[in-house]
Design a binder for this molecule. Sequence first.
Ligand SMILES: *[C@@H]1O[C@H](CO)[C@@H](O)[C@H](O)[C@H]1NC(C)=O
Ligand SMILES: *[C@@H]1O[C@H](CO)[C@@H](O)[C@H](O)[C@H]1NC(C)=O
Length: 109
Amino acid sequence: MILVTLIACLLLTVGEALPQNPSGRYCEHTATSRNCWGEYDVDTDYSEVFPNTGVVREYWLTAQNTTLAPDGYERPMLVFNGTFPGPTIEAEWGDTLVIHVKNDMQHNG
Ligand SMILES: *[C@@H]1O[C@H](CO)[C@@H](O)[C@H](O)[C@H]1NC(C)=O
Ligand SMILES: *[C@@H]1O[C@H](CO)[C@@H](O)[C@H](O)[C@H]1NC(C)=O
C-alpha cells in the first residue's frame, strides 16, 4: 500500500514538472513531433476540450418569410435578416455565442 502511494506521489510530481495537454499526455511540439501544439494534440476531442477565451459574441437575427431571387428566379424563402445567405456569424474557437432569434413568420407551425 505504501509502495503504491509512493509511486502515485512520484508520478504526480513528474506530471507537475512536465507540461501536459488536457488529455493528460506530455507532448512537445518539435520537428519530429508535429502532432501536438501547445496544450493540444491530434487526439484531442475538440468538441469536448476547448479554451475559454472569455469573449462573448452576441448576434440578433430575425427569421423572415420573403421573396428573393438568388438564382434569378423569384421564389418564397425563409431566411435570416432578409438575405440569402444570411448574415455571417464570426467567432473564434472557445468564444461563447449568444444568438437572439426573433420570429417574424406569418405562420408558425
Ligand atoms: C439582423 O437584423 C436586425 C434588425 O432586424 C439587426 O438589429 C441585426 O444587427 C441584424 N443582424 C446581423 C447579424 O446583421
Ligand atoms: C410564407 O409566405 C407564403 C406566401 O405568402 C405563405 O404561403 C407561407 O405560408 C409563409 N410561410 C411561413 C412559414 O410563414
